[in-house]
Ligand binder design. Structure first.
Ligand SMILES: [Mg+2]
Length: 276
């Protein structure tokens, strides 16, 4: 049976994973169907490698994945053989690094804070217990979340739209980007999810004939990934809305009916011709 698409990219928090419980159970039927059809399920997340691998293991997945908002693409030896150089070895993994070092991001966050005279609370300022409370994670999971390489999540004290505009401008002066995820803002290098998706797509396109890809996301930090996809899907936020900043830029996007993994399941089954 011909596959309706060749690759699937997905955000995790608030998209495949329920925002508060981090459960993917509602998406099990569609995940099983994709696995039967051998369609790669490529996570594209702001999470770290250790968090992402833990979720891959729970799902029995071994596909390439993108971490820390496009900071790096990880894959196993023998995968993405057409990926561009330079490929680094990182333990059992091959890695394409796209982001700036974590120490550079943390020192720049301090500079930006001083320039703006505001308080920016980053993961580097928080211990595992504080992160676990802020994110609803266990302390063990929070330690995995804190193990960062390419992306600094942060909160802005007394946030206003004007302050966020100024923050983005100052970050840009430093050659950095600020994006919005479900819970935090994220400071990164000039990389984004879309750039990393483009690299993975390019590597598959050289080995497959014509790749057609789906991407699913819920927040502004997913925009570049969704723009890179043939079939972008926006899932509903916990309040039942679709992020207006995504819909503005993606008028043709599929609006998944259902919050997080519920919408994910429904949209993917429909695209596979199994929904209804
Ligand atoms: Mg998300």
């Amino acid at each position: 049976m011909p596959r309706p698409f060749d690759l699937l990219f997905t955000d995790l928090d608030g998209t495949l994973l329920e925002e508060r419980t981090y459960s993917f159970e509602a998406a099990r039927p569609a995940l099983r169907h994709l696995q039967t059809l051998r369609i790669p399920i490529i996570f594209c997340t702001s999470k770290t490698i250790s968090e992402t691998v833990a979720i891959q293991e729970r799902l029995g997945l071994e596909d390439p994945f993108i971490v820390e908002n496009g900071g790096a693409v990880y894959f196993r030896p023998g995968q993405l053989t057409e990926a561009p150089l330079p490929i680094q070895r990182s333990g059992a993994w091959h890695r394409l690094s796209l982001g700036y070092s974590y120490s550079r991001l943390v020192s720049n966050l301090l500079k930006i804070q001083a320039q703006l005279g505001c308080r920016l609370l980053g993961f580097s300022d928080m211990n595992a217990t504080e992160i676990s409370q802020a994110c609803g994670l266990s302390v063990e999971e929070a330690l995995r979340a804190k193990d960062r390489q390419y992306d600094e999540p942060f909160i802005v004290e007394n946030e206003t739209p004007e302050l966020m505009d100024a923050l983005e401008r100052v970050a840009s002066d430093h050659g950095l980007r600020v994006t919005r995820g479900g819970r935090f803002h994220h400071l990164t290098g000039p990389n984004d999810k879309g750039q990393a998706v483009g690299l993975v797509l390019g590597a598959y396109a050289r080995s497959l004939h014509g790749t057609r890809c789906v991407a699913l996301g819920d927040s502004p930090n997913d925009l570049s990934m969704l723009l890179a996809a043939d079939l972008p899907v926006v899932v509903q936020r916990p309040d039942g809305s679709w992020d207006p900043r995504l819909l503005d830029r993606l008028p043709e996007a599929i609006k998944a009916e259902g919050i997080g993994p519920v919408g994910w399941n429904q949209a993917v089954l429909t695209l596979l011709g199994e929904g209804g």
